[in-house]
Design a binder for this molecule. Structure first.
Ligand code: ATP
Length: 367
């Protein structure tokens, strides 16, 4: 088969992994429903969705660990539905590092090559190169129990890379790692993957992880793909109500038309308001856009390290806003000026960003 070249709207791209109209059932349960997806060579792609939305099923079908009931999976232009997992040129990394406890770092990384009966000298060369890549030179004789969680995950990563796969699949690679190490490991993994240029697909239910790391995010819900796009596209221009609700921390409000500067739109009952669309100011201090400033009262303040999350009540509506830690020091009970710059409204299928009419001339964007 010919490799797929697709015009993505940002130029013609070489699609390395593609799934066309994939269906997968477990008994009566539909785990994948008409999944179609094309992944560009060298991209780092996140499959993001809630638990049970079918992310791992997609990953396992690409790996060949599950067989689709219908549809085609192609890697590098070749249909691989009937190709054994070991012959697909894929490296797989699971969330639990699954290192061999009684093997050293060196032997763990060498494992796939030893099984393939690669020459000893070549194994030594490749493993040494990989140990350098993961920054663990000098630790090759340690056992997994003598490593930190982050180091173990790096070893597992090197082991998956050892046979030189064309595609790397990672299933919740940071799930078993504590917060601080996770952050470092994410950046390290992103940089290393970019450096090697390997096409990588990882599963996560952590939106921060997907937004921070991925070139492309695929949002899954109930076995279907809701949206595919760059982190910015997915976050700023959600195409479906599900994506709008799933990403970011939004307040869901009914009766959004009581807010100044927003009108009721036919058949649209609810709106989402992201914390970054709301600014709060000391009462009476906001002179610009005075006609659309709301009076609110602070109900709750949460310290989030680099920002404050402030819950503010405007009449019957309760909204969550972001506030900088070096801004005005509010306290619970304070009366405040609240400015809402935009809201996201949605009907059954579409979402719309509506700008506050008192702040802007053009108010409705179809997205
Ligand atoms: P999680 O984040 O919890 O791992 P996920 O989005 O990766 O979820 P999948 O693991 O793909 O979801 O599972 C999708 C659905 O298919 C789930 O409801 C799951 O219970 C079901 N499922 C997965 N594997 C099997 C199986 N082997 N037999 C029966 N049902 C399965």
């Amino acid at each position: 088969m010919i490799p797929l070249i697709i015009d993505t709207g940002r130029g013609r791209k070489y699609m390395y992994v593609s799934l066309s109209n994939i269906y997968k059932n477990y008994g009566d349960f539909q785990a994948s429903k008409d999944v179609s997806l094309s992944i560009e060579k060298g991209n780092l792609v996140a499959l993001l969705g809630p638990s049970g939305s079918g992310k791992t099923t997609i990953l396992r079908m690409i790996a060949g660990l599950e067989t689709p009931d219908r549809g085609d999976i192609c890697i590098n232009g070749t249909r691989v539905n009937d190709v054994a997992p070991a012959d697909r040129g894929i490296g797989f990394l699971f969330q639990s590092y699954a290192l061999f406890r009684y093997m050293t770092v060196f032997d763990n990384i060498a494992f796939g090559l030893t099984v393939k009966k690669v020459a000893k000298e070549e194994i030594r060369r490749r493993v040494t190169e990989l140990i350098e890549l993961i920054g663990l030179s000098g630790l090759e004789d340690r056992y997994p129990s003598q490593l930190s969680g982050g180091q173990r995950q790096r070893v597992a990563f090197a082991r998956a890379l050892a046979p030189n796969p064309e595609v790397l699949l990672l299933d919740e690679p940071f799930a078993a790692i504590d917060a601080k190490v996770k952050e470092e490991l994410r950046m390290w993994l992103r940089n290393t993957i970019q450096q090697i240029g390997i096409t990588t697909i990882f599963v996560t239910h952590d939106q921060e992880e997907a937004l921070e790391m991925a070139d492309q995010i695929v949002v899954t819900n109930k076995g279907r793909i809701e949206q595919v796009g760059t982190p910015q596209e997915i976050y700023c221009n959600p195409e479906t109500p599900f994506v709008a609700k799933f990403l970011g921390k939004s307040s869901v409000v009914e009766g959004y038309d009581v807010l100044k500067g927003f009108q009721k739109i036919d058949n649209v009952k609810e709106a989402l308001i992201r914390p970054e669309y709301i600014s709060i100011h000391p009462q009476g201090s906001l002179h610009r856009y005075r006609s659309v400033v709301e009076l609110g009262h602070i109900e709750h303040i949460l310290f989030k390290g680099n920002r404050l999350e402030v819950t503010v009540r405007i009449g019957e509506l309760v909204l969550v806003a972001n506030h900088t830690i070096d801004g005005h020091a509010f306290k619970v009970g304070d009366a405040v000026d609240v400015l809402i710059s935009r809201i996201c409204i949605y009907d059954e299928t579409d979402t719309y960003l509506v700008e506050n009419e008192g702040m802007n001339t053009s108010s409705l964007f179809y997205i």
